[in-house]
Design a binder for this molecule. Structure first.
Ligand code: HEM
Length: 150
């Protein structure tokens, strides 16, 4: 079975790619006034929110088996808070989209775009910290006993 530290890196690239794609399609749809791209953007957002949920779940499982020092703890805590914020805000935006199909909210498109850009920025910084955990602090390292090979 895959160790928990290996499951999180397997999943995280889905919300990263999907939420960035959502912002890109949203901007393109606005500039070129192509409604189909807006729909693509919204489905990328919903799929990205689902990916964020899986990432938070796997991240919490990885945290439980990860090595900890004071500095690692600081970075991991911030990474965790940013990941949970991405899940909360991308889910809220998904619900907003579904609700706004019925009710028109004033300035909704511009407010929506600003919030989505905020989600992607927080996601980017959170992913950078995740990379630091792995490549700077070696948090994901799995120590294998080779004694059976001796
Ligand atoms: C939207 C949510 C999240 C995203 C997009 C995300 C993204 C990432 C990324 C990009 C890495 C580096 C992976 C690599 O380069 O191999 C990483 C590592 C890590 N993240 Fe997250 N993360 C999220 C949520 C969380 C949460 C809630 C925790 C809980 C503390 C967490 C804990 C970890 C840990 C322990 C690592 C080190 C690698 C490992 O042990 O699997 N992450 N994360």
């Amino acid at each position: 079975m895959l160790p928990m530290q290996s499951v999180h890196p397997l999943i995280v690239h889905f919300p990263i790619a999907l939420l960035i794609a959502s912002l890109l399609f949203e901007c393109l749809a606005w500039v070129f006034r192509i409604e189909a791209w807006r729909l693509t953007a919204r489905w990328c957002l919903v799929a990205g929110a689902l990916g964020a949920a899986a990432s938070v779940w796997s991240g919490l499982r990885a945290e439980a088996v990860a090595k900890h020092s004071f500095e690692i703890h600081q970075v991991m805590n911030l990474h965790k808070k940013l990941g949970i914020s991405v899940l909360a805000t991308s889910s809220a935006l998904s619900v907003w989209w579904l609700v706004s199909l019925k009710w028109k909210i004033p300035f909704q498109r511009i407010v929506y775009l600003i919030l989505l850009a905020g989600v992607v920025s927080v996601l980017g910084f959170g992913a950078y910290l995740g990379g630091r955990l792995v490549y700077e602090f070696d948090v994901g390292k799995i120590t294998v006993s080779h004694s059976h090979l001796d």
